[in-house]
Every structure is written in structure tokens, then in C-alpha cells.
Design a binder for this molecule. Structure first.
Ligand code: SAM
Length: 244
């Protein structure tokens, strides 16, 4: 036994993550546009293009770590009247911004749930799709989150994860490192008044498993036909898996 040290460390990580997003919630959308030079919009559009919510039948979609609603709004715009999205996030400050942004646009087709990706407060075999965008690297126990994703999906349901990955182009990796370690914390300080939060985010990207290793974790959670594709030279990856 490790005398519970690991449990304490994991709880600390979540506490840290919660502080980050509480502190940046109001500026989060602006920061995304600035830090990624708008690229996050193309990456999210790509995720929705792969998801392809149907036009003519009911589709229950769960977006975990859904934050201010970007993925949900795009899925609702792309899908038919039968598309319904549940946005789940551990942080109420982020969800509040999301609910404000939604306004009355999607009444009855969206709901916001406070909860932890590791212990979803949702029944088994409920959803046709589970997405998580720029969320899983913040979750302390990734294997627990993946097991929960598998549990709440219906058989035939799809798991999709959009996350920062490892840049695999020789020159781009140097530029990306310089950008991550110098530009992002400065932007965080100037726009969100919080350099430390953004330093933490850069660090969490470094520590996330490689795309191949992450694919193995998705398989270990029970998903089949696991694939991934790299976007923008490996700055981000989209992983896909199916519950059969
Ligand atoms: N998906 C949104 C997007 O792509 O713009 C938000 C991504 S934001 C970088 C990460 C989100 O993960 C935050 O809103 C944070 O509160 C949430 N989060 C962190 N840990 C979580 C957990 N254990 N369970 C659920 N959400 C979590």
C-alpha cells in the first residue's frame, strides 16, 4: 500500500484543475480563440464531422467536460430535431457560461449536468455518443473515466475524444514548444490574469500519453475498432472507439 498518498495526489490534481477553470470560466472562450489562433474551431468542427449526428432519428449525445458548450452547440446545429445533448462538467462556473450562451436557442434539446467524468451520475446504456474535448487530460483517473464512458453508452454507441497530442513534425515541434512555454503563459497573464493556470495546462499536455498509448487505454476500457487521427501536425488527435 502507498498509505493513500496516491489518492491524495489525485484529489489534489482535481482541486487544481477546478481552480483553473473557476478562475478562467468567464474568459475561457476568448482565451481559446487567442491561444489557438482560432484553430480550436476547426478541430471541433472536425469532431462533429466524424460524429455526424443523424437528421431523421433520435440521437442522445453526452458531452463530458463540456465546459461552455462548444461541442454541444455544434452537435445540435448539425443534427436533426431528434438530437439531444447532455453537457456534463465538474465545474459549475463553466456550465453557467454555457447555459448563458445557449439562451433559449435549443430549448428542450440540451441540458447541463454537474458531475465528475470518473463517476457519471447517469444510468448505464443511455447514450448513442459520448464526446470529450480537451477534457480527458484534466481527469486524474483516465481509466475510470473511460470505463464510465463505456458504461453509459448503448451497445453500438460511439466514443470520441479530441485532445492535445504530440507534435510529430521536426520544425513544428520547436515552434510549438516555444509557443507553449513562452506565449501561452503570457497570454494567460494578460487576458485571464492568470499565468499559473495556463502554465499548468501546458504541463498537462506534456504529460498526456502518446496517441498509441491512449488508444491502448481506450481498448482496455472495452472499446472496439479503436482508431485515431492526428490533426494540424499532431497538435491534436481525435480518438474513436465503439461499444459493441
Ligand atoms: N469541452 C470544452 C471545450 O472543448 O471547449 C471545455 C474544455 S476545458 C479545456 C476542460 C473542462 O474539463 C473544464 O470545463 C473542466 O471543468 C472540465 N473537467 C475537469 N475535470 C473534470 C472531471 N473530473 N469531470 C468532468 N469535467 C471535468
Amino acid at each position: 500500500t502507498n498509505f493513500g498518498f496516491e489518492r491524495v495526489a489525485l484529489a489534489e490534481k482535481q482541486g487544481r484543475v477546478d481552480d483553473v477553470f473557476r478562475s478562467v470560466a468567464k474568459r475561457y472562450d476568448l482565451m481559446n480563440d487567442l491561444m489557438s489562433a482560432g484553430l480550436h474551431r476547426a478541430w471541433k468542427a472536425q469532431l462533429i464531422a466524424i460524429l455526424r449526428p443523424p437528421q431523421a432519428r433520435a440521437f442522445r449525445h453526452l458531452d463530458v467536460a463540456g465546459g461552455t458548450g462548444d461541442i454541444a452547440f455544434r452537435a445540435l446545429a448539425a443534427g436533426g430535431a431528434g438530437t439531444h445533448v447532455t453537457v456534463l462538467d465538474i465545474n459549475e462556473a463553466m456550465l453557467r457560461v454555457g447555459a448563458e450562451r445557449a439562451g433559449h436557442r435549443f430549448d428542450g434539446r440540451i441540458d447541463f449536468v454537474t458531475g465528475n467524468a470518473e463517476t457519471l451520475p447517469l444510468p448505464a446504456a443511455t447514450f448513442d455518443a459520448y464526446t470529450i474535448a480537451f477534457g480527458i487530460r484534466n481527469v486524474p483517473r483516465i481509466d475510470a473515466a473511460l470505463a464510465e464512458a463505456h458504461r453509459v453508452l448503448k451497445p453500438g454507441g460511439r466514443f470520441l475524444c479530441l485532445e492535445f497530442s504530440k507534435v510529430d513534425l521536426p520544425l513544428l515541434d520547436k515552434i510549438y514548444d516555444a509557443y507553449s512555454f513562452h506565449v501561452i503563459p503570457r497570454l494567460g497573464a494578460r487576458v485571464a490574469g492568470d499565468a499559473d493556470s495556463y502554465r499548468y495546462l501546458v504541463e498537462s499536455i506534456r504529460q498526456f500519453p502518446t496517441p498509441g498509448a491512449f488508444a491502448g487505454m481506450i481498448e482496455a476500457a472495452g472499446f472496439r475498432h479503436v482508431t485515431h487521427r492526428l490533426l494540424s501536425g499532431g497538435i491534436v488527435a481525435i480518438h474513436s472507439g465503439w461499444k459493441v
